[in-house]
Design a protein around this ligand. Structure first.
Ligand SMILES: NC(=O)C1=CN([C@@H]2O[C@H](COP(=O)(O)OP(=O)(O)OC[C@H]3O[C@@H](n4cnc5c(N)ncnc54)[C@H](OP(=O)(O)O)[C@@H]3O)[C@@H](O)[C@H]2O)C=CC1
Ligand SMILES: Cc1cn([C@H]2C[C@H](O)[C@@H](COP(=O)(O)OP(=O)(O)O[C@H]3O[C@@H](C)C(=O)[C@@H](O)[C@H]3O)O2)c(=O)[nH]c1=O
Length: 297
């Protein structure tokens, strides 16, 4: 049984490969083996390999660059999921797709529900929303996991950037007015596997199709996340130049970037917890696991 993982070398895709390896034959083409900007190449690949499950972890995730490369972002974030969803509907196979807190407008302090009005502030958020909308209306059996602030033991992410800067610098300014939940890619892959029941054939999704928020419990700012990274790293014996007093919280307006980020990225988790009958872990406990994995790698 072939499981296609697009973006298999990314943070989430890599963890999906680990989780799903015992469940079937993993197809995780690199960008040299399958150019995801080519609809023709994707069609040919699908015809050749006939996957029974699609896990779409490919995306254009460079939030600031997307502002100057909107066509590229649209191809990966909007048109690719639309094409995969159309195929999934036609073949009657499930599609799991990943989305983001950046589809929400970021105002207020109330956690977003899955059916809250969207209002992306950036090209990245807008193109991701277009992808979600295509999947929803495709008629495919789908799950969309909207997650936030993804990091992992490997890949490019905020945790690894902070560990590097914490060793190199003795002072850092980090925004403290964007609030959300840092989510390890490993947790995303574990929840994805938990949501798919494997019969002999075909794969089925065993929670109701739809959009689900997927993040750990609790909330913090990027400054709070960085401070916890430094605390936990220090306890694990890492030599850091940075000190808590020199890790200053600043406003988003003091850290100008090409793309606007939402201030409120709080996402309600009840829909997923109820569907799976679980309580999601806290972001601090998930950081401990991911940090140790990184330090031991
Ligand atoms: N990162 C984050 O903070 C968040 C991510 N998400 C969503 O989660 C999902 C996974 O994100 P994440 O794992 O962090 O993403 P990564 O940036 O780590 O990985 C993206 C993957 O997409 C692949 N890719 C991008 N462009 C192309 C292309 N033209 N052809 C072939 N492959 C391509 C990359 O290939 P290559 O390895 O060759 O570069 C990479 O494997 C995405 O849908 C993202 O929007 C949601 C919230 C937060
Ligand atoms: C390195 C650094 C970043 N920052 C801020 C900038 C930004 O607001 C925040 C996080 O930086 P990043 O560049 O990791 O942020 P960003 O790339 O916007 O992260 C987002 O990626 C996309 C793909 C998503 O879907 C989102 O959920 C979110 O994870 O930290 C500082 O304040 N000080 C610093 O020294």
């Amino acid at each position: 049984m072939n499981i296609l993982i697009t973006g298999g070398n990314g943070q989430v895709g890599f963890e999906l490969q680990r989780q799903f390896a015992p469940l079937g034959t993993i197809l995780a083409p690199t960008r040299h083996e399958l150019d995801l900007t080519s609809a023709e190449a994707i069609d040919a690949y699908l015809q050749q390999h006939q996957p029974s499950l699609l896990l779409n972890a490919a995306a254009y995730t460079a939030v600031d660059n997307a502002e100057s490369e909107p066509e590229q972002a649209k191809r990966l974030n909007a048109e690719l999921p639309a094409q995969l969803a159309e195929y999934a509907a036609k073949q009657d196979i499930p599609l799991v797709h990943y989305s983001t807190d950046y589809v929400y407008p970021g105002n207020g302090e109330t956690p977003w529900q899955e059916d809250s009005p969207t209002g992306p502030l950036s090209v990245y958020g807008q193109t991701k929303l277009e992808g979600d909308e295509s999947v929803v209306k495709s008629g495919a059996s789908y799950l969309i996991f909207r997650t936030s602030w993804v990091y992992a033991a490997r890949g490019n992410n905020f945790m690894k950037t902070m560990l590097r800067l914490g060793r190199e610098r003795d002072a850092l300014n980090i925004v403290n007015d964007q609030i959300g939940a840092p989510t390890p890619a490993r947790l995303i892959a574990q929840i994805t596997a938990l949501s798919c029941t494997i019969h002999h054939s075909p794969f089925t999704i065993h929670i109701p199709p739809g959009i689900y928020h997927l993040a750990p419990n609790g909330e913090t700012s990027w400054h709070g996340f960085a401070s916890e990274i430094f605390n936990q790293a220090r306890k694990a014996g890492q030599p850091l130049a940075i000190t808590p007093e020199k890790t200053a919280g600043i406003l988003t307006s003091e850290y100008p970037t090409p793309a606007q980020r939402p201030l409120n990225s709080r996402m309600a988790l009840g829909k997923l917890e109820n569907a799976l009958g679980i309580t999601l872990p806290t972001w601090q406990s998930q950081l401990a696991l991911t940090l140790i994995e990184h330090l031991e790698s």
